[in-house]
Design a protein around this ligand. Structure first.
Ligand code: SAH
Ligand code: SF4
Length: 397
């Protein structure tokens, strides 16, 4: 019974050391919020406002070395380093570049040896053709970063490659926010000028690592400066997590996407065993508790699995289901991305188009998600720390 496994995992969230590291080793600053940084300064006899200088350095200037926070006196920096304090931000270890401009990174965490995956998806220009013009300057005018929340995943959706890893561990707040800051740094993103979206759709189930994930969101909103309205968290339908999200104030709550992926409970339980614990109606009830901002919509993601969830008769069922919720919903169709050892078939391209057209005809707002970075295993559900892609890995600078 997978549901039991999930609930056991829910109750066993790994407790995280806010410093990210065990006693006696180096101490990571990255991941701590302004309050914790102020307390850290006070603890060594410095004024609390120096915590703000630290936060500016870590999250706005994106420093990777304590020595680079020049607003802090050199003596203090030296003393902190001597006491074992480090920035401790996750680093991009390996880079895989897709023909479509997507980049997949293996990011080295700080609280464990495992790498996690983060994906950069630039949009809107010739860079997508992969003609090399990227080298000459900025090749994008908006971009999305896909962020991981766990190493592996416990949810066991039958079509997902990440599920094959099982849950290896939860990421800390610093490791989640650090993926974003490392990518912003690499790409030279200027927040406020560049249009940037974040999607928590990488490895793992964010709502099964709720506290560290939400702490990362708060850091990204309050310190890094990204609006929660530009962030979307995707969940397989973890009801207690959705209920907690509904309690978050609108100033920090990301938008919500539900991985529906099936037209009814019978099919959903087959492809997503978590549905046996929290069936569609229970998920929708929890979603109803979220107080939506004006014009905000809930996204239903719908993976088209050839012959399983893409049949013509499924269209009307999905449309009925969407209408019954009474919620402002848009449906994001995703053609299933294949992975080794996963016994499903890709949908026929004509079938995907037909499914979309039929849903539109039913009056449902539908978007078809373009697959990104399939050649480097960066597309949805392909994140499994694959190193053998056939594409050339580039070393991080
Ligand atoms: N665990 C969360 C977020 C990560 S998965 C969740 O499941 O929602 C992000 C999205 O990728 C989900 O909508 C999931 O259904 C979809 N997905 C997983 N495997 C896929 C695959 N092989 N092809 C296409 N989409 C996939
Ligand atoms: Fe986990 Fe999401 Fe993959 Fe399901 S689809 S196994 S919840 S990462």
């Amino acid at each position: 019974m997978l549901g039991a496994v999930v609930s056991a995992k829910t109750n066993q969230l790994v407790r995280l050391d806010t410093n990210g590291l065990a006693e006696g080793s180096t101490r990571a600053l990255f991941g701590q919020d302004a309050e914790a940084l102020a307390a850290c300064m006070a603890a060594i006899g410095e004024p609390r406002w120096r915590g703000r200088q630290l936060a500016e350095g870590l999250y706005r200037q994106r420093v990777t070395e304590l020595g680079a926070i020049t607003t802090l006196p050199a003596l203090l920096r030296g003393r902190m380093q001597a006491e074992g304090w480090r920035v401790g931000r996750p680093r991009i270890g390996q880079v895989f570049v897709s023909q479509d401009g997507t980049e997949r990174y293996l990011v080295e965490g700080v609280a464990g040896p495992e790498t996690v995956e983060t994906v950069w998806m630039p949009e809107g220009d010739g860079g997508e053709t992969g003609d090399g013009s990227e080298e000459e300057g900025r090749s994008w005018d908006r971009a999305t970063i896909c962020v991981s929340s766990q190493v592996g995943c416990a949810v066991n959706c039958q079509f997902c490659l990440t599920a094959k890893l099982g849950l290896q561990r939860n990421l800390t707040a610093g490791e989640i926010a650090g993926q974003v800051v490392a990518v912003l740094d690499r790409q030279g993103v200027e927040l406020g000028k560049d249009r940037l979206n974040l999607v928590f759709m990488g490895m793992g189930e964010p709502l099964l690592n709720y506290d560290p994930w939400m702490a990362a969101v708060r850091l990204l909103v309050e310190e890094v400066g990204i609006s929660p309205q530009r962030m979307t968290v995707s969940t397989s339908g973890i009801v207690p997590g959705i209920e907690r999200l509904a309690e978050e104030p609108p100033e920090v709550r990301p938008k919500l996407a539900i991985s529906l992926n099936a037209p009814n409970d019978a099919v959903r339980s087959e492809v997503m065993p978590v549905n046996r614990k929290w069936p569609i109606e229970a998920v929708v009830d929890a979603v109803r508790q979220v107080r939506l901002r004006s014009r905000e919509r809930i996204t239903f993601e719908y993976v088209l699995l050839g012959g399983v969830t893409d049949r013509p008769e499924h269209v009307a069922e999905v449309a009925r289901l969407v209408r019954r919720t009474g919620l402002p919903v848009k449906v994001n169709l995703i053609a299933w991305n294949p992975g080794p050892g996963i016994p499903y078939a890709m949908p026929q391209p004509e079938g995907v188009e037909a499914f979309k057209r039929a849903l539109v005809a039913e009056g449902v707002p539908v978007y078809l998600r373009r697959p990104r970075g399939r050649d480097i295993f960066a597309a949805c559900g392909q994140l499994k720390r694959t190193v053998e892609t056939g594409a050339m890995p580039h070393s991080a600078p």
